[in-house]
Design a protein around this ligand. Structure first.
Ligand SMILES: *[C@@H]1O[C@H](CO)[C@@H](O)[C@H](O)[C@H]1NC(C)=O
Ligand SMILES: *[C@@H]1O[C@H](CO)[C@@H](O)[C@H](O)[C@H]1NC(C)=O
Ligand SMILES: *[C@@H]1O[C@H](CO)[C@@H](O)[C@H](O)[C@H]1NC(C)=O
Ligand SMILES: *[C@@H]1O[C@H](CO)[C@@H](O)[C@H](O)[C@H]1NC(C)=O
Ligand SMILES: *[C@@H]1O[C@H](CO)[C@@H](O)[C@H](O)[C@H]1NC(C)=O
Length: 307
């Protein structure tokens, strides 16, 4: 783990979150997640499962970690049984086995594991999620015809997410998933408007921060504005809710709270049926978020709910 941390540190400096730094930020709404089963009060980049079967993204150290956890599973198995059926026995340990993580699964229903939605132990770690999305964040501004993100801006997005996660108790992976979903992480994403102006990285509810006001896309996008965009999408604005409020309104304490909150963030409410693919909304939205949390980056978005 230590080695892996060092590897990470070499490409991205860990954020420093100090109490005094909070005071410098004009939190419009410092709403915190109020459900202790959903709130995340300590930031840990190594949370979540390590990526499996993605040699292109794997460091040697990660492979070793995966191998170790396989060994551990073996040694804790009770008794001394051995699989006899050669059709199902696995005589050699293959660290590249397991599902291909960058994959899209369409989830239907109410966001519960009973309906097949992924449990939190299927979520990948923040570090892997961020790292896997880096390439995408480097190019995502292209879709808006504005200057591409710089490396510094990407580092600032990372720091802003960690910082605001610590202040709001919203799982940092959930914030990153929303950022990727809403803007692809492009710091110069334009404001969209379907009745309510939705500016910035998280296309938040009529927030004030943006690095693309009208025709003037700002480059570089200052760190303070990046932080405020994350803050407004996560902690809310004068005019509407952020992810924290949506989590507080979700009304469940299992992983479905996140998928329900995603639905609320996208469309303001959950359809009466409880089906997260229904209502006046981007029907695939909650399914997309669940997939981002479990490692989806490039795989074709195989969701038919909006067809
Ligand atoms: C992050 O991704 C790069 C490739 O984009 C890879 O070289 C590096 O090992 C990855 N780091 C971790 C900790 O996964
Ligand atoms: C979600 O659906 C599952 C199975 O369809 C059901 O058991 C569960 O009670 C539902 N949960 C909620 C919060 O409606
Ligand atoms: C958005 O904010 C502006 C003030 O910045 C306000 O005048 C306007 O009514 C708000 N619109 C909505 C839809 O919240
Ligand atoms: C959490 O916030 C929600 C929405 O504002 C509220 O309905 C609920 O009562 C709050 N729960 C607690 C435990 O404070
Ligand atoms: C999309 O999902 C369907 C089943 O839901 C599957 O048959 C198809 O192979 C998937 N396509 C891709 C590109 O994964």
């Amino acid at each position: 783990m230590l080695l892996r941390k060092l590897l990470v540190a070499s490409f991205l400096l860990a954020p420093t979150i100090s109490g005094s730094a909070y005071a410098q930020l004009p939190y419009l709404h410092m709403t915190k997640v109020n459900n202790s089963l959903v709130a995340v009060i300590a930031i840990n980049d190594q949370d979540g499962v390590p990526m499996h079967n993605q040699p292109q993204h794997h460091s040697n150290v990660l492979r070793i970690e995966t191998y170790r956890s396989h060994k551990k599973t073996q040694s804790t198995a009770p008794g001394r049984g051995r699989v006899i059926d050669s059709g199902i026995a696995v005589p050699t340990v293959d660290n590249q086995d397991g599902i291909l993580i960058d994959y899209y699964t369409q989830y239907n229903g109410n966001g519960s594991t009973d309906d097949g939605w992924p449990s939190k132990d299927k979520w990948i770690s923040f570090m892997d999620m961020f790292n896997n999305s880096r390439g995408h964040m480097e190019k995502s501004c292209r879709q808006f015809n504005v200057a591409l993100n710089t490396q510094q801006e990407i580092v600032d997005v990372y720091k802003a997410i960690q910082f605001v996660a610590a202040a709001t108790f919203v799982d940092h992976r959930f914030i990153l998933a929303a950022v990727l979903q809403e803007s692809g992480g492009c710091v110069r994403a334009p404001t969209s408007n379907y009745g309510v102006p939705n500016p910035g990285l998280m296309q938040d509810h009529n927030g004030t921060a943006s690095c693309n006001k009208g025709r003037r896309a700002q480059k570089p996008c200052p760190r303070e504005i990046i932080t405020q965009m994350i803050q407004e999408g996560t902690g809310g604005t004068t005019w509407g809710d952020g992810l924290a409020q949506c989590l507080n309104q979700a009304g469940t304490s299992d992983v479905s709270a996140f998928y329900r909150a995603a639905r609320i963030y996208n469309s303001g409410s959950i359809d009466e049926s409880g089906d997260l693919g229904k209502g006046i909304a981007t029907h695939c939205y909650a399914s997309d978020i669940a997939n981002r949390l479990t490692g989806w980056v490039q795989y074709p978005r195989n969701c038919t709910l909006d067809d």
